[in-house]
Design a protein around this ligand. Structure first.
Ligand code: GUN
Length: 282
């Protein structure tokens, strides 16, 4: 058996085209959605992400505001910038690129963002809303994974889902989204016992551990849908958390790296910015 490859690049392009059409409609009402991205320091990977976020924001017709600050920016100055963006009616979405340089209080910074402009869905109010089934801003990477899963599987009700990774950015919100769609969800992590055996019970396996080629084909239930969230830079180039060659022999479907979840994350960021704009206007 050879798994179907889930084409995140194509799905994300279709999503961005739909977003661009909405943005064009808003323009006739004099509304331009605006996304502000704040980057502290010179981390090369973060710089690449922020550049492509800016480019894709402009491509769908939204306004992009980039704020690049030195790594030693004091917390007060960062909070003052966030307060200014919160008050700016041209800014509908605010994203502070993580991780922050050492010395800054990540929770305080995230929770200073107005919840209705929190397009990352990391504010404690949005986390709580998602967990309690209220209308929330949903984190972009898990939202992108959910869209691919729904597109591929239809209903997720009753399926066994295993999420490897318990981060606030991916693992925990991914589990909440799968639960909201009535999957039976297990969150696995570095202390989970007999992880391969647990994974073999999964109809849906989401790998978000940040370890290259961590999940191998013998961990995968035949026919399972495998979502690879990993983006690991290795000497062999960019690889996921799933060992592609062995996974392809067993899985029913697999998201590739690159070209799977990655492009969905930015498309979902634009979708969240559009949602924030729609809520702000009405
Ligand atoms: N760093 C890695 N992923 C993300 C993300 O989704 N949002 C932000 N703000 N920073 C990140």
């Amino acid at each position: 058996m050879t798994a179907q490859i889930i084409d995140g690049t194509a799905f994300a392009a279709r999503l961005r085209a739909r977003i661009a059409a909405h943005v064009a409609k808003l323009a006739t009402q004099g509304i331009t959605p605006g996304l502000a991205v704040v980057l502290l320091g010179e981390d090369p990977a973060s710089q690449v992400y922020v550049r492509s976020k800016g480019r894709m924001t402009r491509e769908v017709g939204m306004a992009s505001f980039e704020h690049r600050l030195p790594a030693d920016t004091p917390q007060d100055a960062l909070l003052a910038l966030i307060a200014q963006l919160n008050a700016d009616p041209a800014v509908n979405g605010i994203l502070v690129q993580l991780p922050l340089p050492a010395g800054l209080d990540e929770a305080a910074v995230i929770n200073a963002i107005a919840p209705e402009k929190d397009v990352d869905g990391f504010h404690i109010l949005n986390v709580g809303r998602l967990a309690t089934g209220q209308k929330a801003m949903v984190p972009c990477t898990p939202l992108g994974c959910l869209m691919l899963l729904r597109d591929h599987l239809g209903s997720l009700a009753g399926l066994n889902a295993v999420v490897i990774g318990r981060s606030n950015i991916v693992g925990k919100p991914m589990a909440q989204l799968l639960l909201r769609d009535s999957a039976t969800v297990t969150i696995a992590h570095s202390r989970t016992s007999d992880l391969p055996d647990l994974c073999r019970r999964a109809d849906i396996l989401v790998a978000a551990v940040g370890r290259p080629n961590f999940v191998t084909g013998d961990w995968i239930r035949p026919g399972a849908t495998v979502i690879d969230v990993g983006i690991n830079r290795t000497e062999a180039g960019l690889v996921g958390d799933v060992d592609r060659a062995s996974a392809l022999q067993v899985a029913g479907a697999l998201t590739p790296v690159p070209g799977g979840v990655g492009p969905m994350t930015i498309a979902c960021l634009l979708a969240n910015t559009l949602t924030a704009t729609a809520r702000a206007n009405g």
